[in-house]
Write a protein that binds this ligand. Structure first.
Ligand SMILES: Nc1ncnc2c1ncn2[C@@H]1O[C@H](COP(=O)(O)OP(=O)(O)OP(=O)(O)O)[C@@H](O)[C@H]1O
Ligand SMILES: [Mg+2]
Length: 253
């Protein structure tokens, strides 16, 4: 076995498969022979680490099941919508997530709550946090199936280990007493350890009525509202603005 093959197989045994690719590239590249041993080794390690990082991020994005793959750098703050650049920068700094606080996004349909929530989730994933997105109704459905098949405790424990839970469409469909208790269970597990982003068309003042049972509503809101950044988006629907832009470009053809 040549020494190049031996090195490749040893790298493979160590599961450094991206470093192998870089090593083979260097072996076949005359200009790499001019580099020092340290430079070549550094290149191999850099390739291995950056590929692993990239794959980890991609895996986490997939596991998060985000509704929209919103890129933080593409979040538009120009249309007047209650999201000044300074507030967006504060949100994207993720200090709220590091401190286990929450973000509550409210505003009318199409204003960009899901987009912003998913953009923050994406920023969190890039910063190495774990994320899971749920529409509120789907989460309650999932809890129902977990109750039936006996996996409820396991599901709740797994959720509690996730750094950021995005709950979308909060209060869009009525939350029953049982549903509210289930949500309280999940939210209670997160107090002081992890964060929530909640998106809702309902203004904060109406959240209490959306939860059927008063004491459970009190308990949920007490855990959610005090340690939260509240963002109230307002103005024209982004969907409408987008479709007007599309229409203009169609008209100009
Ligand atoms: N900040 C933003 N920057 C760029 N595009 C945006 C932004 N916010 C929203 N959009 C665009 O507008 C569309 C509608 O936004 P989104 O689905 O987030 O609205 P919503 O407030 O969640 O509405 P609903 O209450 O009906 O769920 C998105 O798919 C996206 O294309
Ligand atoms: Mg939405």
């Amino acid at each position: 076995m040549t020494s190049a093959n031996l090195i490749s197989s040893q790298l493979s045994e160590l599961s450094l498969r991206h470093a192998i690719k870089e090593y083979r590239r260097q072996v076949g590249d005359a200009s790499s022979a001019m580099l020092s041993f340290e430079d070549r080794l550094e290149l191999m390690l850099n390739v291995e680490l950056s590929e692993r990082h990239h794959r980890r991020i991609e895996r986490r994005i997939k596991e998060a099941k985000l509704r929209i793959r919103a890129m933080p750098e593409e979040i538009d703050t120009k249309s007047a919508r209650g999201l000044p650049q300074a507030l967006l920068s504060q949100l994207l700094s993720l200090s709220w997530l590091k401190n286990h606080h929450h973000v509550l996004l409210t505003g009318p349909t199409g204003i960009g709550k899901t987009y912003l929530g998913c953009g923050l989730a994406m920023a969190a994933i890039r910063a190495n946090f774990t994320v899971r997105y749920f529409k509120c109704s789907s989460l309650l459905e999932k809890i129902g199936t977990c109750r039936l098949d006996g996996s409820y405790r396991l599901f709740v424990t797994r959720l509690s280990r996730i750094d950021l839970l995005v709950l979308d469409d909060w209060g869009l469909s009525p939350i029953t007493v049982n549903g509210a208790r289930e949500l309280l269970d999940i939210i209670d597990d997160r107090v002081g350890t992890s964060s929530l982003v909640i998106c809702s068309q309902l203004p904060l003042s109406n959240w209490y009525q959306a939860l059927e049972e008063g004491t459970v509503a009190d308990a949920i809101l007490d855990r959610v509202i005090h340690n939260a950044i509240k963002v109230e988006l307002s103005g024209e629907s982004m969907r409408k603005i987008e479709s007007m832009g599309l229409q203009e470009s169609l008209d100009s053809i």
